[in-house]
Ligand binder design. Structure first.
Ligand code: ZN
Length: 381
């Protein structure tokens, strides 16, 4: 197959005047135009680095203004879910991701449904099977076993990689975090989404502390910031995905870079839940692989990846530490893929990413592409 776009996206930057030869889905040659180009730009498909397809039914349903009240409402609602309905919504979300140009997902699954839905809607990537053990009535081992059973079902449905993953430092006790620290697989963990985690671990104060006390949680305040706590346990490791990382200090960013861990940035969800703005400029400067994620419609809103890219640019300006459009496109494609373990998701010889045609004529750079394109411009190769 010969593709002759007027521009191709390489590491987020548009290169002009090149055409691409593909044989058996593998890019075999990139060379100067040998004919008149067509009016589209070629990009690796998007990568949704952090997702909860199973929460699609909560779009516009949870109206609590900030994170803590929101997650309490979500957790309460999950206790009465109709699982068949959850299964159906998971498929809706997978289909919407595909229509939004997503080729790979870093999917957090707390049920056995995501894997099958991803396969059905041609989404690759990895399923992180969530382990959440406190505050809950049974032992940690009980919930670990349950997650193992759901993991098996997701593996059968997906046919791809499914990795057990601890939910967050305040919902998984220390012994379980130590267990994950000793596991070789690159799991995913929500970390420092708000300042509440530091308030709890450092000072035993705030909403998480009240909650932990009321529910006799097995997670205890340790007198450290949450990042120091999980790092001491060995949780921050090469290729492990740290989700959100909003409330971090400069030294934490350096430590993530040193460890070779990755980050998922979910700007629309963070804005919606009044989280601090994550230090993405600093992370990119430190060489951390950062992916862009839509999180779930319960907090991120409609499944539309262009809206996520726009918000990423917007919040970086609010913080006065700007992230540029070329970087955002890279986070949305090649770097995002690397952040969940897919290293060759680029337009390069020998690579085989899924490809998108973006039907917008006359675009000169990545900023203009984000401004002018939307999901109606997308066409799968
Ligand atoms: Zn999440």
């Amino acid at each position: 197959m010969l593709l002759r776009p007027y521009g191709i996206l390489i590491d987020g930057k548009i290169e002009f005047g090149l055409e691409v030869l593909i044989e058996d889905s593998i890019i075999t040659e990139i060379r100067p135009h040998t004919g008149i180009p067509e009016k589209y730009i070629l990009s690796p498909a998007f990568v949704n680095a952090h997702s909860h397809l199973e929460y699609r039914g909560y779009l516009d349903k949870l109206h609590q203004p900030a994170y803590w009240e929101w997650i309490q409402a979500l957790a309460a609602s999950k206790l009465t879910e109709d699982l068949q309905e959850v299964d159906e919504w998971t498929h809706v979300a997978a289909e919407e991701n595909y229509k939004s140009g997503i080729g790979l997902i870093g999917e957090i699954s707390d049920r056995p449904f995501s894997g099958k839905a991803m396969k059905m809607h041609q989404l690759g990537g990895v399923v992180y099977q969530e382990v959440l053990t406190v505050p809950r009535p049974e032992s940690a081992e009980f919930y670990l076993e349950k997650a193992e059973a759901d993991k098996k079902k997701n593996e059968e449905g997906f046919g791809g990689r499914v990795i057990l993953s601890p939910h967050a430092p305040y919902t998984v006790e220390e012994s379980m975090l130590r267990y994950f620290a000793g596991v070789d697989e690159p799991y995913s963990i929500h970390l420092a989404e708000t300042e509440l985690e530091d308030e709890f671990f450092l000072e035993n104060k705030g909403k998480i502390a009240e909650f932990a006390k009321e529910h006799h949680s097995r997670v205890k305040s340790t007198g450290e910031r949450v990042f120091e706590y999980v790092d001491r346990l060995g949780v921050i490791k090469r290729d492990v995905q740290l989700v959100h990382c909003c409330a971090l200090l400069e030294q934490d960013v350096e430590r993530i870079a040193e460890a070779g861990a990755t980050v998922a940035h979910c700007p629309r969800s963070n804005t919606r839940l009044q989280c601090p703005i994550a230090p993405i400029r600093e992370m990119l400067d430190a060489g951390i692989r950062v992916g862009l994620g839509m999180d779930s419609p319960a907090s991120g809103g409609v499944i539309n990846y262009f809206k996520e890219m726009e918000e990423c640019l917007h919040v970086s300006k609010l913080r006065n530490r700007e992230v540029y459009a070329e970087e955002v496109w890279n986070m949305a494609t090649t770097m995002g893929a690397a952040s969940i373990g897919f290293d060759d998701w680029r337009i390069g010889v020998g690579c085989s990413p899924k490809l998108l045609k973006i039907n917008v004529a006359g675009v000169l750079d990545s900023q203009e592409l984000i401004n002018r394109a939307d999901i109606t411009c997308l066409e799968w190769v």
